[in-house]
Structures are given as structure tokens and as C-alpha cells.
Design a protein around this ligand. Structure first.
Ligand code: NAP
Ligand code: G4F
Length: 333
């Protein structure tokens, strides 16, 4: 039997790296779309670089997407690439729209015009629920985006639904709630906290500046969530699914657990800094993943306390390694 082939956009990101690992374990030939950068940014996929193939391309460049599809002939395409940081979407609203919104149409058009019959996964987001109209949020909850990022994701979601309905494409939209890991970008609040805890633990900094501690998120482990992406493309019919843990916790609770995991009292170190407060906030997200559980047989494995501990322990080790390389002595326990 010939190997299934997958093309992952955003393979250098958090989810791309976990998805690539998962697909390799399932025997896929894995291709990753990477954009041109001035320095190497393959740290998250360094350990599997010899097992995957990278192809140049950018969601803002249609011709590169057409070439990537012709070259890799994928059975499945996972569109994980995006300007994914909500905070930056206010300072770069046009780039966010170009990549996170119109980029989806470019990729769908590239599939359509090349005649590819690849199944398509779109990385939609719980941010689309924004100023939530009901709690918990499921596939039927109305959307109310609260940032240029969320508005762009909403466009990506509906264009995916539209291409499915217009052209009969196998196109799915996964409405994923926040998912984190030791590979999370440093600008996102969970990793900012776990990294801050590690630096405070090793004596490299004495405070951590954050914005709104009251906002609540449904946080899960990225490694669990990429499995839901794959499952969506293994069904008879394409559909849209909410994926979340079914628990919500505040940023304050995350701080409490994360500092606690290092034996520290968060209240001594966390300072509120208005620079990190957003122009419009999403106060509370809580996912109802009943449909994904029933139809896909998916469920999260890592609990919230396990996730926080995993991230803090990983950063304590990472910072210790950094210190040793600089000839400094890290704290030993
Ligand atoms: P991430 O770590 O920020 O990764 C984003 C990826 O997109 C990176 O590989 C980045 O490449 C690539 N990219 C950005 N602009 C591009 C462009 N113009 N052309 C090609 N590639 C481009 O994000 P993530 O956390 O893995 O999330 C994956 C996807 O899921 C994103 O679409 C995100 O919006 C969505 N999502 C995430 C969550 C979550 O909680 N993590 C929840 C819901 C939805 P570089 O490495 O070159 O920057
Ligand atoms: O970690 P965040 O930046 O993630 P956010 O905005 O929820 O977005 C993430 O999840 C979405 C899914 O719902 C994805 F679609 C998106 O791509 C991304 O992965 O912020 C979480 C919360 C916010 O309420 C923010 O105001 O934490 C609050 N927060 C408080 N202080 C902070 C900070 N966020 C950041 N990034 N930095 C702070 O200092």
C-alpha cells in the first residue's frame, strides 16, 4: 500500500510540530510548508527534520501554494499557518487579515484550481465566540469576534464551510479552544508565565508583568488536540467540530498553580502592567466538545494541573541549560 501524504502549513509552529510527529507515527509522508525567514526557525521540528520534507511557500503568495500542492500531491492538507497572536492583531491588522483570513481562500483556491482532491483542515478558533453569546460554547453558538485576529479567523471558518458547500470539497473546520505545551510561543500567557516562573526560580528576574488576570480560558494540551485534527479528516463526511477540555480557569489560577509548582508564592512576583491589557477582551471561554467526543471518539488526556506542571518543569530545565551554556550556575532543586 502506498503511504498517505500530508501537507502541513505552519509546521514550524507549536501545533505543526505535534501534528507532524503524530502523522509520522501513523506512517504518513509528511510535507511542511515553510516561509522564507532571515534566520533558522525550525527548533520545534529539529528532532524530525530527517523524516519530513519541507517546501517553500507563504500564505500571502498564491503561486507558491499552487506549486507546493503540485510538488507534494497531498491526500490531506492541514492549514495551521496564521498570524496567531491576538495581541499583535491590533498592531498588524492588515497582515493578520492577509494571512489568517485571505490566506485560507488562497489555499482553498490552490486546491480547487490544481484539481487536487486533498481533504482540508482549517485551524479555526474559540476566539470567534469572543463576547460569548452562550456558555458553554458549541458548534451552534453564535460568533461575536473581539479582535482583528478573531474577525480574520471567522472569515477563514466561513470560507471553509462555503467551499465545502459550493464545490463539494472535503473541508473541515476545527474550532479549537486554547491549547498549550512546552513548545508554546513565549508571547502567549501560559508560556510567558511558565518561562517567568523558571527565571524567577533560577534568580534571573524578580517579577512577572501581566495584563488581565481575570480572563478565563479553556486550556488543554496541544499534543491531545492535534489528534482531533487528524480524526476530522478520517470521517466519511466533512464537518465542523468544537474541541476543548470542558473546564475554564482564570489567568490568576494559572499563576497560582505555576508558581506553586516551583514552590513560589505568585502574589509576591506578579505585577499588573497596563501594556498587556487588550483594547477589547474575551472574558470567558468554555468549550462543549460533546460532538467531537461522540462522532470522533476524541477526548483530552492531559489535565489542567498536569499541563501547568509540564510547562513549568520544562522551562525550569530549559533555563538551567541556558545558564550553564553561559557559564552561570542554575539552582539545583
Ligand atoms: P503558532 O505556533 O503561532 O504557529 C503559526 C505558524 O504559522 C508558524 O509555523 C508560522 O511560521 C506560520 N505562518 C505564519 N504566517 C505565515 C505565512 N504568511 N505563510 C506561511 N506560514 C505562516 O500557532 P499554533 O499555536 O501552532 O496554532 C496553529 C493554528 O491554530 C493557528 O492558525 C492558530 O491561529 C490556530 N489556533 C491555535 C490555538 C491555540 O491555542 N494554539 C487555538 C485555536 C486555533 P513561522 O515559524 O515562520 O513564524
Ligand atoms: O495566551 P493568550 O495570548 O491567548 P488568546 O488570546 O486566548 O489566544 C490564543 O488562543 C486562541 C484560542 O482561543 C487562539 F485562536 C489564538 O491563536 C491563541 O493561541 O491570552 C489569554 C488571556 C487573554 O485574556 C489575555 O488578555 O490571557 C490574558 N493575559 C493577561 N496577561 C495575557 C497577559 N495574555 C498575554 N499574551 N500576555 C499577558 O501578559
Amino acid at each position: 500500500m502506498t503511504k498517505k501524504s500530508a501537507l502541513i502549513t505552519g509546521i514550524t509552529g507549536q501545533d505543526g510540530s505535534y501534528l507532524a510527529e503524530l502523522l509520522l507515527t501513523k506512517g504518513y509522508e509528511v510535507h511542511g510548508l515553510v516561509r522564507r525567514t532571515s534566520s533558522i526557525n525550525t527548533a520545534r521540528i529539529e528532532h524530525i527534520l530527517d523524516k519530513i520534507q519541507l517546501v517553500q511557500g507563504d500564505l500571502t503568495d498564491e503561486s507558491s501554494l499552487v506549486s507546493a500542492i503540485r510538488q507534494t500531491k497531498p491526500d490531506e492538507i492541514y492549514n495551521l499557518a496564521a498570524q496567531s497572536f491576538v495581541g499583535s492583531s491590533w498592531s498588524q491588522p492588515i497582515f493578520t487579515a492577509e494571512t489568517t483570513a485571505i490566506g485560507v481562500t488562497r489555499l482553498l483556491e490552490a486546491i480547487r484550481t490544481t484539481g487536487s482532491d486533498a481533504k482540508f483542515y482549517q485551524a479555526s478558533s474559540s476566539e470567534m465566540f469572543g463576547k460569548v453569546q452562550a456558555t458553554p460554547q458549541n458548534e451552534k453558538t453564535p460568533f461575536y469576534p473581539r479582535s482583528p485576529y478573531a474577525v480574520a479567523k471567522l472569515y477563514g471558518h466561513w470560507i471553509t464551510v462555503n467551499y465545502r458547500e459550493s464545490f463539494g470539497m472535503y473541508a473541515c473546520s476545527g474550532i479549537l479552544f486554547n491549547h498549550e505545551s512546552p513548545r508554546r510561543g513565549i508571547e502567549f500567557v501560559t508560556r510567558k508565565i511558565s518561562d517567568g516562573v523558571a527565571r524567577i526560580y533560577h534568580g534571573l528576574q524578580d517579577e512577572l508583568r501581566l495584563g488581565n488576570l481575570d480572563s478565563k480560558r479553556d486550556w488543554g494540551f496541544a499534543g491531545d488536540y492535534v489528534e482531533a485534527m487528524w480524526l476530522m479528516l478520517q470521517q466519511e463526511k466533512p464537518d465542523d467540530y468544537v474541541v476543548g477540555s470542558g473546564e475554564t480557569h482564570s489567568v490568576r489560577e494559572f499563576c497560582e498553580l505555576a508558581f506553586g509548582a516551583a514552590g513560589l508564592d505568585w502574589e509576591k512576583y506578579v505585577k499588573i502592567d497596563p501594556r498587556f491589557v487588550r483594547p477589547a477582551e474575551v472574558d470567558l471561554l468554555l468549550g462543549d466538545a460533546s460532538k467531537a467526543k461522540k462522532v470522533l471518539g476524541w477526548k483530552p488526556k492531559v489535565t489542567f494541573p498536569e499541563l501547568v506542571k509540564m510547562m513549568v518543569e520544562s522551562d525550569i530545565e530549559l533555563v538551567a541549560g541556558e545558564m550553564k551554556r553561559k557559564g552561570k550556575i542554575p539552582r539545583s532543586n
